[in-house]
Ligand binder design. Structure first.
Ligand code: PMP
Length: 299
């Protein structure tokens, strides 16, 4: 099979020859933003929302956009079309760029756009997700907006990488991070929901506002759930009927163990089944997002 094509420095090149400068601020300082979408049956789910989030992130870090919303949208669709994967993992990165000096001052940098497209990546195997994953509360806390706004999908993910390492070293699948003042926050790259009866509780402070989280919030009332966005503690998690995490790359994943405790009866619950079926139907629907493979796209 031929190599995927990556968009970088204004053109498409094979992945193995895609390169950026070692002087790019993204390399030197993690200075840039990114977003991840997926193509499913030839459509990109909620592309416009992801494009908007990139623009908000760039505004927050004073990175002058090197493209318009429409141009970014068209380039992502073009990258998906050229690679032709019916189900695809697509990540774009906007780096601060290069000004010729390995110094912190970004004056004179011109942003560079990278779009990586690969066949869809299953983050957790179907067998594993049928059993449910385990969460561990980690010592690393999520920085507050006064330190580094978590709403910005920036290239500074070291905090989350450290959390992931800590959780895996302890034998858990995923890390649960708390806010600086001890409230439930999010997992590494996923938002968290607790189920209590027909109530869905989800943290609202110091999180990346996930587009999958928004989809769950949109679907919930139609399925008879109420949504509570707020400050919740570990007690709420330890006494939840069900817990699940959600993200673009992983969809909805049930959590069956947390900090050595069993969640509910230890298997994915009825609320999870209902919500994940509805989410999958949304992803499969023609309204899911713009098509890049008309032949395979859902009618
Ligand atoms: N939290 C963080 C820190 C993330 O990076 C992500 C995206 N990987 C999410 C939550 C989930 O967001 P989305 O549903 O938009 O993928």
């Amino acid at each position: 099979m031929s190599e995927p094509l990556v968009y970088v420095n204004g053109g498409f090149v094979p992945q193995s020859s895609a390169a950026i400068s070692v002087l790019d601020h993204a390399v030197l300082y993690g200075d840039g933003v990114f977003d991840t979408v997926f193509g499913w049956r030839g459509r990109i789910f909620r592309l416009d929302e992801h494009v908007e989030r990139t623009f908000q992130s760039m505004a927050a870090i004073a990175l002058a956009p090197p493209f318009t919303r429409g141009e970014l949208r068209d380039l992502v669709l073009e990258a998906a079309r050229r690679n032709g994967f019916e189900n695809a993992y697509i990540k774009w990165i906007v780096t601060r760029g290069v000004n010729g000096r390995p110094l912190m001052d970004p004056a004179g940098c011109t942003a560079n756009l990278i779009i990586i497209t690969q066949p869809y990546i299953e983050r957790v195997s179907a067998e594993r997700s049928a059993l449910g994953i385990s969460l561990k509360t980690v010592a690393w806390r999520r920085p507050s907006g006064q330190v580094l706004a978590p709403q910005v999908k920036s290239l500074n993910y070291l905090n989350l990488v450290m959390a992931k390492i800590e959780a895996k070293a302890a034998g858990a699948d995923e890390a649960l991070l708390l806010t600086l003042d001890g409230y439930l926050c999010e997992a590494t790259g996923c938002n968290v929901f607790l189920v209590k009866g027909r109530r869905l509780l989800t943290p609202k402070r110091d999180i990346l506002v996930g587009i999958t989280r928004n989809s769950v919030i949109d679907l919930a009332p139609g399925l008879g759930f109420t949504i509570e966005e707020g400050d919740f503690g570990l007690y709420d998690a330890y006494t939840a009927d069900e817990i699940f995490v959600c993200s673009t790359a992983g969809g909805l994943l049930p959590v069956c163990r947390i900090d050595g405790r069993t969640v509910g009866n230890g298997t994915p619950g009825a609320a999870f089944a209902q919500l994940s079926t509805a989410y999958r139907a949304l992803v499969d629907s023609p309204e899911a997002g713009p098509a890049y493979l008309t032949v395979n796209a859902v009618a």
